[in-house]
Design a protein around this ligand. Structure first.
Ligand SMILES: C[S@@+](CC[C@H](N)C(=O)[O-])C[C@H]1O[C@@H](n2cnc3c(N)ncnc32)[C@H](O)[C@@H]1O
Length: 197
């Protein structure tokens, strides 16, 4: 194990860690450069719609279209360890972006399924992302990290892409073991309602 930050040891192998270390640094850099535009969009949203949520306004969506907004290393590592502890093989990720958290989750389900390949399905993370540019980047990052065999990304609005995929899992008697909910706030409840059944 080596350290991705001063406080959290990384649970990933060398290949995946190299990718996420680069992405975590990119995320920090992008966030630092985006604070002023983010605040500007929130103020515009407040004047235009009455609330601070800039994720649903046209200019806010445009500004966020290439932003990573990724989990930081400690939170992503916690998700990985929770999946390992739960022996999760089937994971749904609500909000994928550039695939940072997806890499941690896919490594976890790969390791769980690999430790006991005789029972249960192979490990799979089902990600969701509606920005086409982010889907492309996430797929590349998953391949670079060596976990693309254990992840698929549903491209498009998750309200449309997720129901048929969840129905297919149900047909296979394959329960969802873990959900990472990491989405713009107005989408969280609708996404949860899809998952509850
Ligand atoms: C907070 S980011 C996810 C970050 C990611 N979990 C990580 O740690 O790297 C939320 C993502 O959800 C995507 N998103 C927002 N609304 C969506 C929708 N209706 N369907 C699919 N993706 C959506 C956004 O484009 C954004 O990339």
């Amino acid at each position: 194990m080596s350290r991705t930050s001063k406080t959290a040891p990384s649970p990933l192998d060398d290949r995946a860690r190299e990718v996420v270390d680069r992405l975590h640094a990119q995320n920090r850099h992008q966030f630092a450069r985006s604070i002023i535009p983010l605040v500007r969009e929130m103020v515009k949203a407040k004047f235009g719609t009455g609330n601070w949520d800039s994720t649903q306004t046209d200019s806010g969506k445009e500004m966020l279209a290439d932003k990573m907004v990724a989990l930081d290393p400690e939170k992503a590592a916690l998700c990985h360890l929770l999946c390992r502890s739960l022996r999760a093989r089937t994971v749904v990720e609500i909000g994928t972006s550039f695939g940072v958290s997806t890499i941690y989750l896919a490594a976890a389900v790969r390791d769980v399924a690999g430790e006991d390949a005789t029972t249960g399905p192979p490990g799979l993370v089902i990600g969701t992302e509606h920005e086409p540019g982010k889907v492309e980047i996430a797929e590349r990052n998953l391949a670079d990290a060596g976990v693309d065999d254990h992840a698929e990304i549903l491209a498009g609005d998750l309200l449309e892409t997720l129901p048929p995929r969840l129905a297919a899992l149900a047909d296979q008697d394959r329960p969802v073991d873990f959900v990472l909910m990491d989405i713009w706030i107005p989408m969280a409840l609708p996404a949860l309602e899809l998952l509850i059944p």
